[in-house]
Design a protein around this ligand. Structure first.
Ligand SMILES: *Cc1c(COP(=O)(O)O)cnc(C)c1O
Length: 395
């Protein structure tokens, strides 16, 4: 058997391949360069153009650009009128921002466990957590696989709750023929470099509700009631601040990059789907790992490719497999440490053990590299490294 790199053997590759990476080409550079040579670096024409491009792509009326996915979640929580003491149901298996946006508003995150086969929030667990204080639900299309949106919509309607969909993983995914973003009241996106398209930092909220969109436009710029350009037209100095807002504006430079990136999204999604298929084919023969599932009537966006280790068939735990893959120069990662396990949440009183499905799965998951700029050699390296490491540690 081949000696593992972690034991002094030759690694599968020489340079580390990260789990995600942006793809910037000359057209992106030119788009950004053009803005830099112009008059508007921050609030300029590309903001509205980028918003319209994303809204059209998804098929919704409104899109509000902000300077991160986290700011998008904050704006969505604000628009949902989450008040201090309101309970908001959220998945424990996500990036911390999915729950932090509830804390930003003084709300109380209530974690509902996931379904083991999809790793998405389990609608029946949502139902169990509803109380008279529940105001909203934050759902995440984990790894890019759409949640059970029909069931979630039905529960929300029956209990008069607003749904915020954190679709940071799911730009371009579809659910029963509809694009993610066109399903729930408010959907947030992230344009961080590891996401489907990038603006460096950046985010957006999409919605069909024009009143909520106007609220979030004011929220992203200090709570000012009229935007800078309209003020210019009216030729007066007047503006008013009605509510407390922030500076969450996405610069024109970033929006120009976003417009340029969006043109490539569909091609990149096909590449992500192709890589996922290559992995699933190769790994379906390795019984020590379970491959991610694809749901009927959904198109997965494959932000992440998360395998689950069948630990009872392996001689070592997740940590050893993770470190062995890293030594082979495969930049594996873990998505995510359960949010209620983080110190901030522990201090708020959340108790380990309350989300057995999430916590059990957390011990077994590893994210493999997946991004459109990976070439076929990179994909094969990941497959070879997984085969090498698993064969070594199989019982
Ligand atoms: C990336 C991500 C965010 C935060 O986005 P930023 O743009 O980094 O602020 C929020 N939720 C999820 C699920 C994410 O993956």
């Amino acid at each position: 058997m081949e000696e593992l790199a972690i034991n002094g053997g030759t690694p599968i590759r020489q340079t580390l391949i990260n789990y995600g990476h942006q793809w910037i080409d000359d057209s992106d550079i030119q788009a950004v360069g053009n803005v830099l040579k112009g008059d508007w670096l921050t609030t300029g024409p590309n903001v509205a153009l980028f918003e319209k491009a994303v809204a059209d792509y998804i098929g919704v009326k409104e899109a509000v650009a902000v300077n991160s996915g986290t700011a998008a979640l904050h704006a969505a929580a604000y628009a949902s009128e989450i008040k201090p003491g309101d309970e908001v149901i959220v998945t424990p298996l996500s990036f911390v921002a999915s729950a932090n946006c509830i804390l930003f508003m003084g709300g109380i995150p209530v974690f509902a466990d996931i379904s083991p086969d999809t790793m998405n929030i389990d609608p029946s667990e949502i139902e169990k957590k509803i109380t008279p204080k529940t105001r909203a639900i934050v759902v995440v299309d984990f790894a890019g696989l759409p949640c059970e949106h029909d069931k979630i919509l039905e529960i929300a309607k029956r209990h008069n709750l607003i749904v915020i969909e954190d679709a940071a993983h799911a730009l371009g995914a579809t659910y029963h023929g509809k694009k993610i973003g066109a399903l729930q009241k408010l959907t947030t996106l992230s344009f961080h470099p590891v996401k489907h398209i990038t603006t460096a930092e950046g985010g957006m909220i999409v919605t069909n509700d024009s009143i909520l969109a106007a609220k979030m436009r004011s929220f992203r710029t200090h709570g000012i009631d009229i935007d800078f350009h309209k003020r210019g037209e009216s030729n007066l100095w007047l503006y008013d601040v009605v509510t407390l807002g922030y500076n969450y504006r996405l610069p024109d430079i970033c929006c120009a990059l976003g417009i340029s990136q969006l043109k490539k999204l569909d091609q990149w999604l096909s590449r992500r789907r192709y890589i996922a298929e290559r992995y699933s084919q190769a790994f379906s023969e390795i019984h020590e790992i379970s491959i991610p599932r694809v749901s009927l009537n959904c198109e997965h966006a494959w932000h992440l490719y998360v395998i689950q280790l069948n630990l009872d068939q392996l001689k070592v735990g997740r940590k050893e497999i993770f470190q062995a893959l890293r030594a082979e120069k495969i930049g594996v990662n873990v998505h995510y440490i359960p949010i209620p396990w983080l110190t901030l949440y522990q201090r708020l009183g959340y108790k380990k053990g309350d989300w057995p499905i999430t916590e059990g799965i957390y011990e077994r998951i590893i994210s493999l590299p997946i991004f459109p700029a990976m070439n076929d050699r990179d994909v094969q390296d990941v497959i070879d490294a997984v085969q090498k490491v698993i064969s070594y540690y199989r019982k």
